[in-house]
Design a protein around this ligand. Structure first.
Ligand SMILES: Cc1cc2nc3c(=O)[nH]c(=O)nc-3n(C[C@H](O)[C@H](O)[C@H](O)COP(=O)(O)OP(=O)(O)OC[C@H]3O[C@@H](n4cnc5c(N)ncnc54)[C@H](O)[C@@H]3O)c2cc1C
Length: 393
């Protein structure tokens, strides 16, 4: 039987980050993924903030960046646009559109360079608790084998099962799982192909539609919906969106991505004896945007570091590992809870309310207007909308 200090299950951004930091901390680490190619297929619109990468100590690399983003266009149901570009507002930070198939591999390579052993096309099938860790059943190329590990880091994504095998209640409720569908398309005609676009309202019930440019006429075009708000599938909504949207009417798909995005926040417990859960598997996703790359990597960096300290202390109990839970709630949990409230507010707005808010703000120079003036403007267009916002805080 193979033995290791830390076994990371899942080599997405979260798993590779956890493996890297556990290895840097001196642990023997094995990182497994059921896929034969790390990063493919992608299930992602590939947007990240510059500040997010910086906070993780990751230098932007042209090999995995397809576009630098310089602004945002918000589009209301009747097509009214509000532009948030550097001329109109001081953007807190710009962003990048990645090539996830390359980015994810680079993260796994970083984990390997830090000392992790990587096993691809290796599926974790189950685990059992033993005195000083877990025995995990795995399969690769039709062959079954076992790994004994002191600590498991479950980084197995939105359909995670590993943490549940160990008794943690991490299953995402159907009402909190956004269904997403996306085409990567060519022939996309955006008004400004250095800005990302968000479309709100009944075009994507419970979520929004997006166009994220990856090149002059190439973009990820997708949307997320909540099944509690529509009887149609995300794919059906996407087909309608692509046909109706002026930017995509003449575009052709070269890739289809379908996936779930857990947008209900983090479960209460992220650790049990000898096991920590990270990334999408731990609901480490911004519930407003559905973005989980940076938050998941932040959570898993913390988990990897705690794993290394726990191994040094020779204490892998849930009490020792709960340091990770505490740090994760402090660093990302608070923001996630705040965004949950903003999301509730956004979902409470009708198409008409969204249109009148966009109409009122379309020409605003956000740089030159105070918060009080902004609130006054909102009261004028939609007192009901402001009341709803007030109740949330
Ligand atoms: C359509 C869509 C668009 C999105 N757009 C964005 C965006 O623009 N920006 C952003 O920040 N986020 C976005 N997200 C979310 C983002 O993709 C996820 O938050 C991110 O991939 C989570 O990383 P992860 O490592 O936790 O999980 P994943 O990337 O899902 O990786 C999990 C890995 O675990 C492996 N695995 C699972 N089970 C097992 C097993 N039993 N044995 C071995 N391996 C296993 C899988 O093969 C997979 O490689 C989007 C999501 C969707 C669905």
């Amino acid at each position: 039987m193979i033995r290791t200090d830390v076994l990371v299950i899942g080599a997405g951004p979260a798993g590779s980050t956890a493996a890297k930091h556990a290895a840097l901390g001196g642990c023997d680490v094995i990182l497994v993924d059921k896929k034969s190619e790390i990063g493919a297929p992608k299930r992602c619109a590939e947007g990240v903030s510059m500040g997010g990468l910086e906070s993780l100590g990751i230098k932007p690399n042209p090999q995995w960046i397809t576009r630098k983003i310089e602004g945002v266009r918000l589009v209301s149901p009747n097509g009214t646009s509000v532009w948030l570009t550097s001329e109109k507002v001081e953007l807190p930070e710009a962003g990048y559109i990645l090539e996830r198939k390359v980015f994810d591999k680079h993260l796994a390579m970083d984990a390997a360079r830090a000392g992790s052993r990587i096993m691809i096309k290796t599926l974790a099938r189950g685990l059992q608790r033993v005195d000083d860790g877990y025995i995990v059943d795995l399969e690769t190329m039709g062959e079954e084998f076992q790994i004994k590990a002191r600590i498991i880091i479950a980084a197995d994504g939105p359909e995670s099962r590993v943490a549940r095998w160990a008794g943690l209640k991490t299953a995402t409720k159907p009402k909190d799982m956004e269904s997403a569908a996306q085409f990567e398309m060519v022939g996309v005609e955006m008004e400004d192909n250095h800005c990302i676009e968000f479309y709100f309202g009944s075009v994507a019930p419970g979520g929004y539609a997006w166009i994220f440019p990856k090149g002059d006429d190439i973009a990820n075009v997708g949307l997320g919906v909540l099944s509690t708000r529509t009887n149609k599938s995300a794919y059906e909504h996407l087909l309608e969106f692509v046909e109706d949207c002026p930017a995509t009417r003449n575009a052709q798909p070269v890739e289809l991505n379908i996936g779930g995005d857990p947008v209900g926040g983090m479960p209460k417990k992220l650790v049990t004896d000898g096991l920590m859960v990270v990334g999408d598997a731990a609901g480490q996703v911004n519930p407003l945007t559905g973005g989980g790359i940076i938050s998941g990597m932040t959570g898993s960096m913390l988990a990897g570091r705690v794993a290394a300290k726990a191994m040094k202390d020779n204490d892998t109990s849930k009490e020792r590992l709960s340091e990770y839970e505490k740090l994760a709630y402090e660093s990302i949990g608070k923001d996630i809870n705040r965004y949950l409230k903003v999301k509730d507010y956004m979902l409470s707005l009708s198409d008409d309310e969204l249109d009148s808010i966009a109409e009122a703000f379309k020409d605003v120079e956000f740089e030159k207007i105070s918060t009080t003036e902004l609130v006054k403007k909102l009261v004028k267009v939609s007192p009901r909308a402001l009341l709803k916002l007030g109740r949330l805080f």
